[in-house]
Structures are given as structure tokens and as C-alpha cells.
Design a protein around this ligand. Structure first.
Ligand SMILES: [Zn+2]
Length: 71
């Protein structure tokens, strides 16, 4: 069986878990939880701007912590 990744948070979805949403053009969106589905479809959040997703830029945030006042 194929293991899908969540379209919002990027985590792998266990077999038998999660849900698949089909857009009007037939493109599938896989979600691990209703939290991810609501974040993308209802609240229209960007995965790169949400801290708990895998798409959030970790390296950049660590550099900001190391240099709190860059110039
Ligand atoms: Zn997810």
C-alpha cells in the first residue's frame, strides 16, 4: 500500500487514518487530521507560516534565535 504525506503538515499518514479531499478539478488532497483540513480549506493558512508543520523553515528560525538583533 502507498503511504501518503499530509498535504498541509507534511507528516506521513498511517494506513487507515486520515481523509482524502478531492478538489473540483479532481486533484486529491490527503489530510492526517481535521486540524490540517480546516487549516488549509477553511482558514486558508499557508503551511510555511504555521510553526507545527514540516514546511516551516526551521533553519531560519534558529538563526533568528542565535542573532536576535541582526544589525
Ligand atoms: Zn497533517
Amino acid at each position: 500500500m502507498r503511504v501518503f504525506k499530509c498535504s498541509f503538515c507534511g507528516e506521513e499518514i498511517q494506513i487507515g487514518k486520515g481523509l482524502t479531499y478531492f478538489k473540483i478539478d479532481g486533484a486529491p488532497l490527503h489530510f492526517c487530521s481535521s486540524k490540517c483540513k480546516k487549516s488549509l480549506l477553511v482558514y486558508k493558512r499557508k503551511p510555511r507560516r504555521v510553526k507545527w508543520t514540516k514546511h516551516y523553515p526551521r533553519q531560519a528560525s534558529q538563526n533568528v534565535k542565535a542573532n536576535p538583533n541582526p544589525l
